[in-house]
Design a protein around this ligand. Sequence first.
Ligand SMILES: [Zn+2]
Length: 182
Amino acid sequence: MSGAFETSTRRCDKEGCDLPGQYRAPKSPRALDDYYWFCKDHVREYNLNWNYFQGQSEAEFQQFLDNATVWERPTKPFGRSTQEQKWARHGVDDPLDILGANGTNPEVRLKSTRKLPPTERKALEILEARETWTRTEIRKQYKSLVKDLHPDMNGGDRSDEDRLQEVVWAWDQIKDSRSFKD
Ligand SMILES: [Zn+2]
C-alpha cells in the first residue's frame, strides 16, 4: 500500500463515503496505471479483497465457489419457522424460508412438463435456469451468479447478500439431485 497523497483533492471512491480520497489503488491487474482513490479504511478493505483473489489459482477459485456454503454467514438463529416446519413434514429442508407459505401444499404449484420437487423448481427459478438444463449447465450459471454477487468481487458491497444466500441455497438443492443429468 502506498502512503497518503496529502495534496489529493479527491473524495473516497467508495459509494456513500465522504472522506478525502488520499490513498490510491489500481483498478485491476490489467490497469495498473488506472486508480481508484479511497480513504484509509476503504483502501485497506479494497486491498484485502484484491490480495485475496490475486494469490489464488483458477482451480482454487473454482473450489472457493464450490464451497460457497462454508463462508456463508447464517442470518438466522437455529430454530424452525412455522413455514419451515410445514416443509419439514414433506421431508424438505428450507432453513432460509425461501419456499415460504407454499409449504402447505407443494403439489399445487407444479404445473410443468417435468415432475420436479418444489424445492428444485424454486431453485431453478432462483438460478434463472431451465428444467431441461444439465447439472453442468446449471452449475455454470450458478458460478457466474456467485461471481457477480459475492461482496469480495464488488468492492465489499454487501447489498446483494440476500440474493447470494438464495443462490447458494438453490445450488445446494440441485447439486446432488437425481433430477438432472450431469
Ligand atoms: Zn472511504
